[in-house]
Ligand binder design. Sequence first.
Ligand code: F6R
Length: 616
Amino acid sequence: MCGIVGYVGKQKASAILLEGLKRLEYRGYDSAGLAVEHDHAFEVVKKVGRVNNLVAETAHHRLAGTTGISHTRWATHGGVTDANAHPHVSSDGKFALVHNGVIENYSGMKKFLLGQGYKFLSETDTEALVNLIAYHYKKEVDRPDSSRFLESVRKTLRHVEGTYGIVVLCTEHPNELVAARKGSPLILGIGDGEFLLASDVSAIISRTQNVVYLKDGEIVDVTPKNFTITTLDQADVAPVIDRVTWTLEDAEMGTFAHFMEKEIFEQPLALENGMRGRFSEDQSTANFGGLNLTPADFRLIDRIYFCACGTAWHACLVAEHLIERFARVPVEVDYASEFRYRNVPLRPNSLFFVISQSGETIDTLAALREAKRKGHVTAAICNVVGSTIARESDGGIYQHAGPEIGVASTKAFTSQILIASMFALYVARMRDMSFSDGVQYVQALKQAPDLVRKVLEQAPHIKEIAKRYAHHHDFLFLGRLSLFPIALEGALKLKEISYIHAEGYPAAEMKHGPIALISENCPTVFFAPKGEIFQKVVSSIQEIKARRGKTIVITTEGSEFPAGLTDEIITIPDCHEAVLPIVAAVPVQLLSYYIAVELGRDVDKPRNLAKSVTVE
Ligand code: F6R
């Protein structure tokens, strides 16, 4: 949420900042702006709307400096206006600042600063922060020049309640950036004679793969030659330099029309990468290097809690089904945003798991911290390496799905299910699952990439269906057992990228209310795979048909339906329960994608949304 890029080096900063902003635009696209320092003055350009608007505007400016900061905004405090766009400049003109997060005590700060004669031009919380830095800078007049800028930022941050990732420029300290984080991600990229600061790696990957993941409470002071990291309490921090494993190409769209489309089609590869090196030599179970739990620890665990938000929460529901079904360990699933305030009585021998693609979702992080505070062993399934959640959990499993740029999660979702399914196997094999059942399960998992490829071959067929149904205003998605969460996910995908109202329900719940929605104007997407409750699902479809509802049925090969029951059929390969939710998710991703394209929606940047929700 909100993207930040900062640059200090020898090159013209503006071009590098704009390139970084384009790559970060998925984090927020209400407005964008940049500030470049040159000859002890700032040149600031801000524009409502997409980064391209800012690019057009910068054509009218010189922007000569080699040090600068930039921002793409997802509005929290204050409307979407040029004035509220970042960077914000202190009223004495000495500081410019970009901010990701929320300053909760900004109104007290603002009142104080107004009393001190500072002027405010925007409705944002950020402007209070930049003016408070200016205030402290003025007070620190006796401090040596070399540390005055840094110490003014440090002093200011000690007063802040809330979350921030900030990068600050000062006219009196050219070629220097001060940046800090608490609750919002910030990465330092170490380039060749240059440094970059960014909310995530995708913004800087074209210039360097060497990064330092800053931690909460750390401040970094950067010049073209050097950087130092300290804490708010002035303790020195020895930097840990990591190497990013993915490349620029992974973060580019290539020949696809949208990142979402690319990521849907990347799923076979993401699944292969998620499994690589993770099966035992005898091919009967999974191995996870980073869980930091021994088999003896696992024998003691008698309950697993899963927490997440949005799509990742749907992955938790699939995890619940698979773990209870195969490992026979009770699982409870909660929305992270609810869990953090509900004061849930966690049972002693519980494992607390979170799932997060970004590893930065604030509610999921808060839930994790709450469970840790209560002394529980925690673990995380994350895609983004080095993310806060990955670092703060006791153990974890990386998804290795590659960067997900499309705001609507697709490949990260199926990869989360894959990891959950492998985890179910891992626990099951430590309990009652036999060697031969384990071998069968592993074989099934290994087939998942090819099964998904088969579904992807049906993209043209699904596109045709999408064209026929795109004009409807309401949809129902119904599924049972492990496909109930996929029904929820199908409804969410459709809502978020096409703005069509959709609801997901367990198929048999339909009679308890949602059936009232059924008419020829409200089509139902039904998951009806072969299996023990196939006939029950067929009865539910019949109930829909009896009320003139249209049905799009997703079923497995070889299933037969009474004549006239299905308006549309999408056939997926028959497969093991361990992978069924993965395979079944793909048609609804495609359906939503093609409906959104048909309606001319901005698929990768749907309205009001942003990737990685780092504010409450
Ligand atoms: C929907 C979507 C969101 C995220 C949710 C959690 O397509 O992407 O619902 O799943 O915001 O994000 P992460 O997984 O990064 O914690």
